[in-house]
Ligand binder design. Structure first.
Ligand code: TEU
Ligand code: CA
Length: 516
């Protein structure tokens, strides 16, 4: 285990609620995850990032944290979480948890105390409480989930929530908030956690003097993460991963200075259409942002907030923005799967670290037909049912068998699984050498041996073809053209996203070649 293990790591994202259910209540849990550790070890990942696992009323899938120092009872216990961390370590797998510093749950003790203590109290100073303008909120900021960003409490004051009303924003100008999160970091580092994914990391500082909505990327956030870095450095080999979505790459890079976060998600690549020039530009932009500052690039094809790659790449338009997520837009899933396989080979070959969201390795499509009454995402309710939301990528995994619940649970999954997933179970795909799962396994194995951290060199290629070589002599070639193209000179084929036609690389196919 090395100090820079994370630079080239393959990190698997577990949405615990939907991964595997160990006790039959339909909700994924730690028992289920622990029983599937051999699967993750066999898949060949270096670390697991778990979405929030704390006690939560689940108004936003756990991103409404009621207690930062415990485990959600339906997921398990703190003792079990510690056991999980140890078991994963024994398999050489590190654990990254999700810290949500921008907001807590309205059921968190601090917020309940603030409500009880009333206007003007020190308890209210931990949040953003303010008087309204008559019957109107203090300003016209909008919640990211839709509707106003302010909610009124019985004594007449309003509190700020950039997300759902159940997620009141903390006041990061208050030293008590700063101290509290330092203590929370120590709490989890003391329990063996190897890294922290920082939720909504750029939103913590608000500017109420501005005319506009002004809460993204204020300079003050950097002081916060510099404080966090000091703590993680005390522990050694622990990392901070930022969820920092900023179109301005220079501003983005500031978060990756040596005394701040170790790494941050790169959403640019994920947001791109399936188009050679666009993806190449995204790769170049990513490298240009990261290489000069010595931070490893990161590659993300999906996560729990965005449409599944198979569905996304099968649609005419690809969009990251949840306001225009194109949910329900027709998707050619055969084409989408073909492209998702090629995209996976590219992402696995690029220099830096890689994130794989659970189910991506199974090629699961977005579930577009969840019955309305079962949808849980606040985006759905807050948008007054105009944005279907993110439930479609959070449907419980299919593990085995011929019909739902596909070995996920002995009970009824909290979101229904499509019967059509019977060919997509981990069991079915393990037995099939040509499956998405087999592709990921083979790719991650080669990646671990010779890819990961490093650099790339673009190779000359015809229009509509991307070709790059890594230091080991492995070349990745992807064909975006409607017609097959000839493979460049090579010594052997290591892995292909689909069948080759002799020396031809078919449309929407990628291949790893040994070039010497
Ligand atoms: O997401 C941050 C965020 O800004 C989201 O609005 C994101 O843009 C959107 O989900 C994309 O469709 C994080 C978490 O990843 C998300 O699950 C939470 O809902 C959110 O924070 C609030 O904690
Ligand atoms: Ca359960």
């Amino acid at each position: 285990m090395s100090e820079t293990w994370w630079r080239g790591a393959a990190i698997y994202q577990v949405y615990l609620r939907s991964f595997a259910d160990g006790n039959g209540d339909g909700i994924g849990d730690l028992a289920g995850l622990r029983s599937r550790l051999p699967y993750l070890s066999d898949l060949g990942v270096d670390a697991i990032w778990l979405n929030p696992w704390y006690p939560s009323p689940m108004a936003d899938g756990g991103y409404d944290v009621a207690d930062y120092r415990d485990i959600e009872p339906s997921f398990g216990t703190l003792a079990e979480a510690e056991k999980f961390i140890q078991e994963a370590h024994a398999l050489g797998i590190r654990t990254i948890i999700d810290i949500v510093p921008n907001h807590g749950s309205d059921q968190q003790k601090w917020f309940l105390d603030a409500l009880a203590a009333g206007p003007g109290s020190a308890e209210r100073e931990r949040f953003w409480f303010a008087e309204g303008n008559g019957d109107l909120p203090p300003n016209d900021w909008k919640s990211i989930f839709g509707g106003p960003a302010w909610t009124r409490v019985p004594d007449g004051q309003w509190y700020l929530h950039l997300f759902a009303p159940e997620q009141p924003d903390f006041n990061w100008n208050n030293p008590e908030v700063v101290e509290e999160f330092h203590d929370v970091l120590r709490f989890w580092f003391d329990r063996g956690v190897d890294g922290i994914r920082i939720d909504s990391a750029a939103l913590l500082i608000k500017d109420f003097d501005s005319e506009e909505e002004s809460y993204t990327d204020h300079d003050g956030v950097h002081t916060i993460y510099q404080g966090w870095r000091q703590i993680s450095d005390e522990y050694g080999e622990r990392i901070l991963i930022g969820e920092v979505w900023l179109p301005d790459q220079e501003r983005f890079a500031l978060y990756l200075r040596p005394n701040e976060m170790h790494t941050a998600f790169n959403f640019d690549f994920m947001a791109r259409r399936w188009e050679a020039a666009e993806l190449r530009a995204s790769i170049d932009l990513t490298l240009a942002t990261h290489v000069p500052i010595g931070a490893p690039p990161t590659w993300v094809l999906s996560n729990h907030d965005v449409p599944r790659p198979v569905t996304k790449y099968g649609r005419a338009v690809t969009s990251f923005d949840h306001a225009e997520r194109n949910d329900g837009m027709p998707s050619d899933l055969v084409l989408g799967e073909r492209r998702a396989r090629a995209a996976a080979l590219m992402a696995m070959a690029l220099p830096g670290s890689l994130y794989v969201y659970q189910g991506e390795e199974l090629g699961l499509p977005e579930v577009d037909d969840i019955p309305d009454e079962l949808r849980q995402d606040p985006m759905w309710t807050r948008s007054k049912h105009t944005v279907p939301g993110r439930d479609g990528c959070r449907v419980p995994l299919p593990w085995s068998g011929q019909e739902p619940p596909f070995g996920y649970s002995t009970g009824e999954p909290w979101l229904p699984q499509p019967a059509s997933w019977k060919g997509l179970t981990a069991e079915a795909q393990t037995a099939d050498e040509s499956s998405m799962l087999s592709l990921y396994k083979a790719g991650l194995r080669i990646r671990r041996a010779e890819l990961g951290d490093g650099s790339l060199r673009w190779l000359d290629s015809p229009e509509g073809v991307l070709a790059f070589a890594r230091e080991s002599g492995l070349a990745c070639v992807a064909n975006f053209n409607p017609d097959a193209v000839e493979l460049p000179p090579h010594e052997g084929v290591l892995l292909a996203s689909g069948p080759l036609e002799g020396n031809l690389l078919p449309s929407d196919t990628a291949v790893w070649l040994r070039t010497g």
